[in-house]
Design a protein around this ligand. Structure first.
Ligand code: AQP
Length: 339
């Protein structure tokens, strides 16, 4: 990362956090807390772009906050807050919407994947989701955004929108945000199909490891993970997507490179390698799960953390939003009292 000054990222509170969210996003946030000012939102406004149950969403905001902390986000260093608590996300999103050509949104592949065959029934919110994501980032003038590989296209759109706004209003309203995508584990794949991303919305529970999974569940899911008929364990994304995915998970969890993992595990058969991988995952995830349960027993503490996070985020957001509205030509009582 070159000269980061402010980092923004977040996860949708739409269900159980999985290994992809952890390795692709949260784990990377932890080390960044000492390098820059960090804002980690709970993206509840994004969560309503697909059908949802309000009471479940509210509960999930708190449990996702607990996961952030259990995974190593330090609330004394970083702001943890629900996106919907800061009005600027919606306000800026509308302004950006009016500066985003439809053609730019038509290119977004995630909309096509999430809307599926029934595109006409998908909500306008799902379609304009990347504009809200741009607003999340630009509202705080974030310089760096750590994301998994799947969000790269949305980040590029946020940069394009920032550039368009700066040109239209003839001033540097927003820095162009840089994506921070880790070289390793940027895309954790489904345990059932090494060509599909591990995802909360995959119908098969066996396709993903949840951070809440028991040790037995982790061991069973890894044992049943799809493998191939080739000898040994090697990293070859095209020919061996499943072996490559498991090797990449192992390397990342152990904090070693894929080459190192291949050197130590290459000669094993699938069954022994899976045993080793399950042991490594259990050792890594057990303390996170235990801390998560402790935190969930103290909802008042979690609510206090979010309350503080909202206050920190609001100071930055309100100040910037006031400026943006003024530049955009919106009426302000302090400008024209004759009105
Ligand atoms: N499989 C993955 N590998 C690496 N990173 C991943 N991320 C998600 N899946 C993987 C990263 O997690 C962050 C938050 O994602 P999100 O929950 O806000 O939305 P998502 O990307 O849509 O995640 P899911 O699990 O796939 O949810 P659903 O199924 O609800 O759509 C992002 O930084 C993302 O890159």
């Amino acid at each position: 990362m070159t000269n980061p000054s402010r980092i923004l990222s977040g996860i949708q509170p739409t269900g159980n956090i999985h290994l992809g969210n952890y390795l692709g996003a949260i784990r990377n946030w932890v080390g960044m807390q000492n390098e820059a000012e960090c804002l980690f939102m709970l993206a509840d406004m994004h969560a309503i772009t697909l059908p949802y149950v309000p009471a479940e969403l509210r509960a999930c905001v708190r449990s996702t906050a607990a996961y952030y902390i259990a995974c190593g986000i330090d609330p004394d260093k970083s702001a943890i807050f629900p996106q919907s608590a800061i009005a600027g996300h919606a306000e800026l999103s509308w302004i950006l919407t009016c500066h985003t050509p439809l053609g730019w949104l038509n290119r977004m592949t995630q909309f096509k994947e999430k809307a599926g065959k029934h595109k006409d029934n998908a909500s306008l919110g799902l379609y304009s989701y990347p504009v809200l994501m741009a607003a999340d980032i630009l509202l705080y003038r974030a310089t760096h955004v750590p994301v998994g590989e799947d969000q790269k296209q949305h980040l590029e759109l946020a940069r394009d929108i920032a550039g368009a706004m700066n040109r239209f209003y003839e001033q540097e309203l927003f820095p162009l945000p840089e994506p921070v995508i880790m070289k390793q584990a940027a895309r954790i794949m489904s345990l059932r199909d090494g060509t599909k991303k591990m995802s909360k919305s995959d119908e098969s529970e066996q396709s993903r490891i949840h951070l809440s999974d028991s040790n037995d569940a982790i061991a069973t899911k890894i044992r049943k993970a799809k493998s191939d008929m080739l000898e040994g364990i090697s990293y070859d994304l095209a020919a061996r997507p499943e072996a490559s995915n498991l090797l990449s998970i192992y390397a990342t969890i152990q904090g070693i490179s894929i080459d190192e993992a291949q050197a130590t595990c290459g000669a094993l058969n699938f069954s022994s390698f899976k045993e080793r991988l399950a042991e490594a995952l259990i050792a890594h995830l057990t303390p996170i799960r235990e801390k998560y349960h402790l935190l969930m027993n103290n909802p008042a503490y979690l609510d206090g953390i979010m309350h503080d996070g909202i206050s920190k985020a609001r100071i930055i957001a309100d100040d910037h939003m006031r400026h943006i509205k003024e530049v955009a030509g919106f009426y302000s009582a302090s400008h024209d009292r004759k009105w």
